[in-house]
Design a protein around this ligand. Structure first.
Ligand SMILES: Nc1nc2c(ncn2[C@@H]2O[C@H](COP(=O)(O)OP(=O)(O)OP(=O)(O)O)[C@@H](O)[C@H]2O)c(=O)[nH]1
Length: 468
């Protein structure tokens, strides 16, 4: 690792430490507000605003109902059990918190009827959220999700409301003690779910927002324990709770709009890492595909036995060479080569020996040819060679050399020496009149003449003198 790399890593660690510090400050920020209000105000400093309170609670309840629905949709889509318990948390809060809003006008005549639904709703929510965290990782098949549990939970929440109503009405209980107990238990459960996430090393973008929201909820409960109805601490507790709620709702809606999952929604840096990884994979796959395509193209263009161009490839390359020769007014020759009595070789030594002869022939040809010449197998034991930028007399010399070379060579198969001869027809490309077929046909005709004249010989095209 070089110095630059070490430095870069150290700065990166420092930067991510800074981010962690920022997030911790954000999570604990309400503490400052709570302490400030506690030291600067008394419970006599009150802000009694019934209508404002009703509006605020109604908004909280509507948002909570909306979040219940959104989270339910995520649960049905992914089958993450955690999401079901989040739904219970939001829905329980919606049902149990609602009376705290519409009973506002009872605040003067029976304060407990007004206040007790607050701690009860936070207790219900913190309980469901804690269970949600404990269920992290548990999955059911999306098709197994059904709303039975939700109806059951709704019934329980309604029963809780009735109990709270009854408790608030009974004068015999020490209700302040019960209120404080509910708030402290809620604090423990909110903090408990954050601790569970830390212990389980549950990481990710939504879990992060969730943890901060849980800390804010816990601090809100603490603020409620310090405050008294309508005083500034009491209002601050509402605000902190609303802050946590908004943060959590942001996370839930983000999940809904993306993967629908609590687990697999990513932070920007996670996404970048994933994109880079996926990009690498795609590039690798593209490279492999390209290699396979090249291989396929090569296979489609070559003769599998000898590895030289097959007839189709040879014809198309011949056409390319014809256009080039035409453009550059250079000579272009083609020789068509056929083994003499190849059938006898097959009959005498076997088909495999025949194959070996064909392969050996290709090797020998390559020794004689120039790199720019093109050899192709255009039939069973028929080959052709294109000789670009070569006039007829030079091509004839090459052809004759090849004929002699093959005649003098032999192929050893099972300790037996096989000798062979070839016949060659050689034709010059006529730019004004030739198509590839015509030209090949002329070379073929010459080859037949060579065969007719006794084989093992070369027949060269006789050029007519130009008439002008
Ligand atoms: N071993 C082997 N033989 C092949 C292959 N392709 C064609 N042949 C054989 O080549 C022989 C060609 O025979 P003919 O067309 O009668 O020609 P020839 O025996 O060479 O006789 P002439 O061309 O008249 O001199 C046949 O026996 C084919 O089976 C191949 O890929 N491998």
């Amino acid at each position: 690792m070089n110095q630059d790399h070490i430095k870069h890593n150290a700065v990166k660690r420092l930067a991510s430490g800074y981010i962690r510090l920022l997030l911790t400050i954000l999570a604990l920020l309400p503490i400052l507000l709570i302490l400030y209000i506690d030291s600067e105000t008394t419970s006599d400093d009150v802000f009694i605003a019934h209508t404002f309170h009703v509006i605020a609670i109604t908004m909280a309840v509507v948002v909570s109902a909306f979040l219940s629905y959104i989270t339910w949709r995520c649960y049905v889509a992914t089958g993450e059990v955690l999401l079901k318990w989040l739904v219970f948390g939001f829905w329980g809060f919606t049902i149990v918190y609602a009376p705290h809003g519409f009973l506002t006008h009872h605040a003067t005549e029976n304060v407990w009827l007004f206040t007790l639904f607050g701690p009860a709703s936070r207790l219900v929510m913190s309980f469901c959220f804690l269970i949600a965290m404990l269920k992290f990782g548990e999955m059911v098949k999306p098709e197994q999700t059904n709303s039975k549990g939700l109806w059951f939970a709704t019934a329980i929440f309604i029963v809780i409301n009735l109990v709270v109503y009854w408790v608030a009405k009974s004068a015999s209980l020490n209700l302040n003690w019960w209120r404080l107990l509910a708030e402290y238990v809620a604090v423990s459960m909110f903090i408990g779910s954050v601790l569970w996430m830390l212990v389980q090393r549950i990481k990710g973008y939504i879990p992060l927002l969730y943890s901060i929201a849980m800390v804010w909820f816990a601090l809100s409960c603490w603020s409620f324990t310090i405050g008294s109805v309508w005083d500034h601490q009491w209002w601050l507790a509402h605000i902190i709770f609303a802050g946590g709620f908004l943060l959590l709702s942001f996370g839930v809606v983000q999940a809904f709009l993306t993967t629908g999952s609590f687990k697999t929604i990513y932070s920007q840096s996670d996404l970048f890492k994933q994109i880079i990884q996926e990009k690498k994979k795609t590039e690798q796959a593209l490279m492999e595909l390209q290699q396979v395509n090249e291989k396929l193209e090569e296979l489609a263009a070559t003769d599998p036995l000898t590895g030289v161009a097959n007839r189709r490839e040879f014809m198309s390359r011949a056409e390319e060479e014809m256009s080039r020769a035409h453009r550059n007014t250079t000579d272009l020759c083609m020789m068509v080569i056929d083994f003499d009595h190849f059938k006898d070789i097959n009959d005498e030594y076997g088909h495999q020996a025949g194959d070996k002869v064909l392969k050996e022939f290709v090797r020998l040809c390559k020794e004689i040819m120039r790199p720019s010449d093109l050899l192709g197998r255009i039939g069973g034991e028929e080959f052709a060679i294109l000789l670009p930028e070569t006039n007829l007399s030079s091509a004839a010399k090459v052809a004759e050399r090849l004929r002699q070379y093959i005649e003098e060579s032999s192929v050893v198969v099972s300790k037996q020496k096989i000798t062979m001869t070839i016949s060659i027809g050689l034709a010059l490309y006529q730019p004004k009149t030739d198509t590839v077929k015509k030209w090949l046909h002329r070379a073929d005709e010459l080859l037949y003449q060579a065969k007719d004249k006794g084989r093992n010989r070369l027949e060269v095209e006789q050029l007519r003198e130009p008439s002008d």
